[in-house]
Design a protein around this ligand. Sequence first.
Ligand code: NAD
Ligand code: ZN
Length: 238
Amino acid sequence: MPQPVDSARSIVRDAKRIAVLTGAGVSAESGIPTFRSNGGFWQNQRFEDLATPQGFARDPKFVWQWYEERRRNIAETKPNAGHHALVALENRAEQFTLVTQNVDGLHDLAGSKNLIKLHGDIWTLRCTKCNKEKVDRTELADLPPYCDCGGMLRPGVVWFGEMLPEGAIEKASAVVVSADVLIVAGTSAQVYPAAALIPLALRSRAAVIEVNPEETDFSSDVTFGLRGPSATILPQLL
Ligand code: NAD
Ligand code: ZN
């Protein structure tokens, strides 16, 4: 009897167009807490205060202190075997696109190239006045930070109730619709519109491979459900 991982591997091997959707779970083994995990960083704080435009408008310094603490924690981490496996897959695939909900920058650090960041990037700072963006990984001493134009800078991430970066979900949807296989790793698939990429793939011709230690709302519909941590399972798909 072939194991699901063997069948999934042969699908990935034969695929010409590979799409991948990742979430916080792929960075869990790098030491970054997921959104919903026990002891996750949201547990002690109300997300309305930290990850909404209203929260930022109320108390930008408080929001920035929390983001700066996250930035320093993430700066201590490095990509794991799951991130590296996705780079190896990209290097050998005919067409490959990685769509991520993560803001930690670990896919970039691992060397992923064709990357769509649906929820922005914690290392990007954006001006609330002139909209200019800059990448800054240094420790931000004075919070909140300001732009040269005098406007206040905000974290370049997508908050609850905000639009995704222009064109990002459209581009990701087009990739998924034309993919032979969609690998979904480390996401609870509860944050929309990102999660809608999974039923979109199921309705089109893509095989869907889910990599997650836990079941999700889509687990009963996917082609292969590989239950385990992504740093172990993703390398096995190569
Ligand atoms: P989530 O926290 O809702 O779900 C995480 C999923 O990962 C769960 O289904 C869990 O079972 C699974 N998981 C846990 N450990 C795993 C492992 N070792 N390997 C594979 N899977 C594992 O995360 P989400 O679905 O990405 O949604 C959360 C939102 O919060 C996203 O919008 C994201 O932008 C943001 N976020 C980002 C980061 C990050 O950048 N690292 C971290 C936390 C939250
Ligand atoms: Zn500015």
